[in-house]
Write a protein that binds this ligand. Sequence first.
Ligand code: FES
Length: 253
Amino acid sequence: KKLVVVGKILVNEAINVNVKRMVIDAPQIADLAQPGQFVHVKKMDSVNFLRRPFSIADVNKDEGTITLIYRIVGKGTAEYSELKVGEQFNILGPIGNGFELKSGRPLLIGGGVGIAPLIYLARKLKDEKPILLIGGKNKDEVFWKDYLEEFADKIYITTDDGSVGFKGFTIQLLPQILAENKIEHIYTCGPNIMMEGVAKLAHEQDIDCQVSLEKRMACGIGVCLGCTFEGKLTKKRRKVCTEGPVFPSKEVF
Ligand code: FES
């Protein structure tokens, strides 16, 4: 079920260089949203008619809000970054199939802005004592810890330059984490190369794994076919926008 609603911006603040956090009043969407789903938003008076997808970073059902954490990468996102509190959006969502929540010790692995959907996921999995593994280029890029701490049993951090946590990539630290903890389910979102490495290790060790694909989406409604890939298990063309973004890792890698 998805809706088209008008949402109002309550917060649109910078939380890092080029990264902003937007809280939107949209109770009906907050009610339906699952971790890993996204919304398509459009400025009410936008000249750019393409709706822009944002993954849902967090949800507060009591307050009826959804949170988006997004990186300013070009003209499109820059336009959103300038929006003021009180401005309104046309929101289509929640869209897509999110993470399937399973019981058993979870490990959530995220890289860069792919960490965003893991916040709501960690919130929902809190009782399963999630372990988080997050990576970024340097210490400025791992600010996510502040948003995850509350729900995580443990957080491992990696940075490319070693300015905080383990020096190297998430995938390099992963074998050690799997040796130290009995992990039953892996949930991952981030650069493809990272997810591929995670999936390979999960397959080797026979650990259930779900991946959230960040394929560029244009239409977002299953029409343009710009987001498809060949499913490894099903041998069918899969559409990331309508069937994903989350898939079992064995379908993708
Ligand atoms: Fe158009 Fe998926 S984005 S079909």
